[in-house]
Design a binder for this molecule. Structure first.
Ligand code: SF4
Ligand code: SF4
Ligand code: SF4
Length: 157
């Protein structure tokens, strides 16, 4: 008999693990620690934490993470251990895909207008509108640029 966690582990081995809430333990530890109580979900002010297959995940299509820490504070199982002084909880960065309008020759700066840390630059180029580029060193992985993109060209990884 395969347990739920064994099943999920097996499933996640092949694919990239789901995006857990900020400060989450690495996937195996997270699945062990999280009791699926759901306490992190209603406290999120931007409502980006959703339940998928029983466990919480972040859905940046719903909005951004403000790094407020409410989810970590609400988690009593130690699945989201927020270290003191650890402002940025993850290493994920925004990635702009080939569907980006600017790369298709259409002027668009929507993502840049929504980035709270000005991590998206627009490089001039000959024969077309400036192209959006993410400065990985500045990007916090907050996801604020994801939902506003009119062609859903941005993902976080
Ligand atoms: S840190 Fe705040 S905004 Fe980010 S997922 Fe947790 S509760 Fe939501
Ligand atoms: S908002 Fe989307 S389409 Fe517009 S520049 Fe940014 S990535 Fe490209
Ligand atoms: S994920 Fe956040 S910090 Fe990174 S480029 Fe998008 S809006 Fe800016």
């Amino acid at each position: 008999m395969v347990s739920r966690r064994q099943f999920l582990r097996g499933n996640f081995k092949a694919a990239r693990p789901p995006q857990r809430p900020p400060w989450a333990l690495a996937e195996e530890g997270f699945l062990d620690a999280c009791s699926r109580c759901g306490d992190c979900i209603p406290v999120c002010p931007t409502r980006i934490i959703v339940v998928v297959r029983g466990y919480p995940e972040v859905d940046f299509k719903r909005g951004e993470c403000t790094f407020c820490g409410a989810c970590a504070l609400a988690c009593k199982d130690g699945a989201l251990p927020r270290a003191t002084g650890q402002a940025i909880p993850w290493a994920i960065k925004a990635q702009i895909g080939p569907g980006c309008l600017a790369r298709q020759g259409v002027e668009c700066r929507v993502c840049g207008d929504h980035c709270p840390v000005a991590a998206i630059r627009f490089s001039p180029r000959l024969g077309g509108p400036p192209v959006a580029e993410v400065e990985a060193g500045s990007c916090t992985g907050c996801g604020a640029c994801v939902a506003p993109c009119p062609v859903t060209a941005i993902s976080l990884a």
